[in-house]
Design a protein. Structure first.
Length: 215
C-alpha cells in the first residue's frame, strides 16, 4: 500500500518529539536546564557511571521507570537528599521523563574490579539471606548477581560500596522510605553495621551486565 504524499512528508515530523526530548536531556546532562538544575554529569559522570569515590550512583543502563520514579520522589520530597531535592525540583515533569529515558539507553560503562571481603558474610546474606531473622536473600528481588529487575528492584552490581551502604543505612534509619511495601526498611533494620558494609562490598564487586541495559 502506498502512502499519500502528504503522509510521507509528515513522517519525519513524527520522530521530532523524541529527538527533541533526547537533545534536551543531553543538554541538561552536560549544561543543566538554566532554571536551577545543575548539569547531571557533575555528580554522575559524562558516561552516567557515577563517581564511586563520592558515593554518587551509576545511572547508565538503569530502568527508565525506576529513574523517573526516583526523580519524581526527590522532586516531591518523598525521597530526601540535600543535593537531589533542589535539582529534581527544578526539572519539569517532562524533563525528568526525558532524563530517565536518556540514562536508561546509555551503555553500562566498565568499572574497576573490586575485591569482596575475605569473609563470606556479604555473599551469604546476598545469595542466601538469613531466615532465622526473616531476612530474604537480596538476589530474590534484585536478581542473581544483583543485576536488577524492572522498575522496583534496581541493579546493585556496579554501584559503589559507599553508595549501597549509604542507602542501606538510610533505609535503616528511616531517612529513606520510598520502597515498595517497605521491603527495604524491613531488611535494613535487621542488618548490623558490619553486615551492611559486607553486603555493599559484595555487590560492588559483582560483574556488570555485558549489554547496555539490565534485565
Amino acid at each position: 500500500m502506498r502512502l499519500p504524499h502528504f503522509a510521507i512528508a509528515l513522517l519525519p515530523l513524527a520522530a521530532l518529539p523524541f529527538a527533541a526530548g533526547a537533545t534536551d536531556a543531553a543538554a541538561i546532562v552536560h549544561q543543566g536546564n538554566g532554571k536551577g538544575a545543575a548539569p547531571c554529569m557533575a555528580c554522575h559522570g559524562v558516561d552516567g557511571g557515577g563517581m564511586a569515590v563520592n558515593g554518587y550512583p551509576r545511572l547508565a543502563g538503569l530502568d527508565a521507570a525506576y529513574i523517573q520514579r526516583q526523580l519524581d520522589d526527590f522532586a516531591n520530597g518523598t525521597r530526601a537528599n540535600p543535593v537531589m531535592r533542589p535539582n529534581a525540583s527544578a526539572l519539569s515533569e517532562d524533563e525528568r521523563a526525558q532524563l530517565a529515558k536518556y540514562y536508561s539507553m546509555l551503555p553500562v560503562p566498565a568499572h574497576a574490579a573490586t575485591t569482596p571481603p575475605a569473609d563470606d558474610i556479604g555473599a551469604k546474606l546476598a545469595t542466601r539471606g538469613d531466615w532465622s531473622r526473616e531476612l530474604p536473600a537480596c538476589v530474590q528481588c534484585h536478581a542473581p548477581g544483583g543485576v536488577g529487575v524492572g522498575a522496583n528492584f534496581p541493579p546493585l552490581a556496579g554501584q559503589s560500596t559507599a553508595y549501597i551502604a549509604s542507602q542501606l543505612r538510610a533505609w535503616q534509619q528511616g531517612t529513606r522510605h520510598n520502597d515498595p511495601l517497605q521491603l527495604m526498611q524491613h531488611v535494613a533494620q535487621q542488618l548490623t553495621p558490619r553486615e551492611i558494609d559486607a553486603v555493599a562490598a559484595w555487590f560492588a564487586a559483582q560483574p556488570l551486565p555485558a549489554k547496555g541495559s539490565t534485565p
